[in-house]
Design a protein around this ligand. Structure first.
Ligand code: ADP
Ligand code: MG
Length: 159
């Protein structure tokens, strides 16, 4: 089961993220999937705004991990350059204070086996190459997490 949304602009994608952010708790992980330019960093920006955190201008492509202090601290990670989850040891991934933060990972499919099975999976797909429309699917394999984020239904669900 998943929640699905259709957005027509970056602002609308930020709005979906902002509504999701209100349901987040420390210890949550958001696994973002979607190709380059899909809107993953845009989604992170919406979450950061909602949590009064520093708003990321770009993906942490070179640093790979950025810390954004906020109401709940955000750990923003981009796994694009990682070959596999084996690279995570060198990055200090396992020393991150994830229990007191929200971990948000772009290109999460690269390291999915290292992420919590309670993670919230957000998949962003452009409808076609020339449009600003995006299909956003939000789901979790964990029933309690799914019940919590189900509150998004009705607030903003389209499509
Ligand atoms: N509906 C939409 N949702 C998200 N981004 C959109 C949308 N329509 C257009 N855009 C644009 O697409 C680009 C997405 O970039 P970004 O969020 O950095 O993608 P990613 O992190 O997935 O590579 C931005 O320039 C944004 O303004
Ligand atoms: Mg990005």
């Amino acid at each position: 089961m998943s929640l699905t949304f259709l957005t027509s602009s970056a602002a609308e994608t930020e709005e979906v993220a902002l509504q999701l952010a209100h349901l987040l708790r420390p210890g949550d992980t958001i696994a973002l999937k979607g190709d380059l330019g899909a809107g993953k960093t845009t989604f992170v920006r919406g979450i950061a705004r909602a949590l009064n955190a520093d708003v990321p201008a770009t993906s942490p492509t070179f640093s790979l991990i950025n810390h954004l202090p906020g109401n709940i601290p955000i750990i923003h990670m981009d796994a694009y350059r990682l070959a596999s989850s084996n690279d995570l040891y060198d990055l200090g991934f396992y020393d991150l204070a994830v229990d007191s933060a929200v971990l948000i990972v772009e290109w999460a499919d690269r390291i999915i086996e290292a992420l919590s099975e309670n993670c919230i999976l957000v998949e962003i797909t452009p409808i076609n190459a020339d449009s600003d429309e995006r299909h956003i699917s939000i789901s979790s394999a964990a029933t309690p997490v799914m019940s919590r984020i189900d509150a998004l239904k009705g607030i903003i669900e389209h499509g």
